[in-house]
Design a binder for this molecule. Sequence first.
Ligand code: ATP
Ligand code: MG
Length: 328
Amino acid sequence: MKTIFSGIKPTGTVTLGNYIGAMKHFVNLQDEHDAYYCIVDLHSITVDIDRVELMNNTRALAALYIASGLNPEKSTIFVQSEVKAHAQLGWMLTCLSGMGELERMTQYKDKSQGKDRIGAGLFVYPTLMAADILLYDAELVPVGDDQKQHIELTRDLAQRFNSRYYETFKMPEPVIAETGARIMSLTSPDKKMSKTDTNPKGYISMLDAPDVIRKKIKSAVTDSEGIVRFDRENKPGVSNLLEIYSLLAGISIKDLEAKYDGLNYGVFKADVAEVIVAELEPIQQRYHELIDSEELDLILDQGRDKAELVASRKLAKVEKAMGLQRKR
Ligand code: ATP
Ligand code: MG
């Protein structure tokens, strides 16, 4: 049994990309491991976000975690800002990191591109993410492929801390699936599907109504070849839809290519949409039962208490190692 940590930001609604790249793995890993799944709201304030929207998103994400199959008996599900040690350790690790290594983060480069004002929080955000992981001595971190670089930084910081002070942190490893780790945008299949895309047609939200899903898939960008064939380089749109279909229906891409041999994109897309609808409908139903329930608050209270216990113990060790203590 290993310790697992991962999180999703409550910025916008969770997408099919988050579901396939992260959440589905969270569910699979909880049976065999000691898992902590966090709603990382302190990461959401690295960009401007309305306070009421943030509160609603936080609750919605918690409900979606559970509706997707996270079991509070097996996993610790909690809200990041409710466990103060995250921000505290985040600061300590910020002080341990260099401007140069943070500047090299490709996600920072992407997210700050074209902005007149770049928040300092966006710049140091990977150090907070490192704190999230290291607080729990997480050994495995299930993430999408875009987070690989941040886990490498986390390992560097852990190593630096351990050698500068004394052995305090465990080395985490990313768990990145071979397929589905980068679901692409439906409108620009050269970019990853992202919940903060300004064009909602680019992503499927986990709470999109069936007809919205059908419309979005129907208008998804493909190509003019007219053959359902996997070729990520030359046919990124069709390949992305094939990957989604394959992962959700449990049919290999080879078998799907054979199934749609001689059929046009219209038929193929209609089936992709139905596979997504069938996956999301039961999740949406459970979500609606949970969203205003007291059950949800009880789960989050329990999660916070458990996380708090583990995190505060680790923080005390870090403070001691760094000399953040009064001499008596
Ligand atoms: P944002 O654009 O605000 O960063 P996001 O969709 O990337 O939103 P995050 O909260 O940053 O969402 O990421 C949550 C998890 O989902 C991470 O593990 C991330 O790697 C994974 N993930 C995000 N987008 C995709 C995608 N398109 N395909 C697969 N996994 C993804
Ligand atoms: Mg992201």
